[in-house]
Design a protein around this ligand. Structure first.
Ligand code: S3P
Length: 183
């Protein structure tokens, strides 16, 4: 199964802790695709952590950078692109994501996500007095955005990253053609 190589880029979207970076890295390794992580690209631009970028320049600035990074990726081929959890909030980003490749939404149950993010210190949106409440609220508010942007959905709850990667491969095989993205 892992030898099936898609004829388009694959873009991973989803909430914080849904496994986009780990699964994306795994898929890129299998297919020998380039792995791009939009958060990492922004961190590199400023030689700062995402938390520092939020604190220094503000969230709006960070969102502009996300858009910029996506624009810079147009024309990229043979890439797996993992995105930040808020990237779907701007409609102009969704247009770019869909131009870039097949968009896969990685989902997970709220409890699974909480277990994955609760100890993290690098997610500024959850560094407050009620991170679980914030998480639940954001998850609910954002789900329609992910659903609208996605070509397909893969649930990662209770699975190893390699098993999620298997599922992504299987889902992509049902939709081999990427001709939409080559226009
Ligand atoms: C964010 C998610 C983070 C990062 C930033 C904002 C969000 O990425 O982009 O902290 O708005 O959900 P991950 O989804 O990789 O944690």
């Amino acid at each position: 199964m892992s030898l099936q190589i898609p004829d388009c880029n694959v873009v991973l979207i989803g909430f914080m802790g849904s496994g986009k970076s780990s699964v994306g890295r795994e898929l890129a390794r299998r297919w020998r695709f380039r792995f791009v992580d939009t958060d990492a690209a922004i961190r590199r631009r400023f030689s700062k952590s995402i938390g520092e970028i939020f604190a220094t320049y503000g969230e709006d600035f960070f969102r502009e950078q996300e858009h910029d990074v996506l624009r810079d990726l147009l024309g990229q081929e043979r890439a797996v692109i993992a995105t930040g959890g808020g990237i779907v909030l701007q409609e102009q980003n969704v247009v770019l994501l869909r131009r870039l490749g097949r968009v896969v939404w990685l989902t997970a149950s709220p409890d699974t996500i909480w277990e994955r993010v609760r100890m993290s210190t690098h997610r500024p949106l959850l560094q407050n007095e009620d991170p679980r409440g914030t998480m639940d609220h954001l998850l609910q508010a954002r789900s329609p955005f992910y659903a609208a942007a996605a070509d397909l959905t893969v649930d990662s709850s209770g699975l190893l990253h390699s098993e999620v990667a298997d599922r992504v491969v299987a889902s992509l095989l049902d939709r081999r053609s990427c001709s939409r993205n080559q226009s």
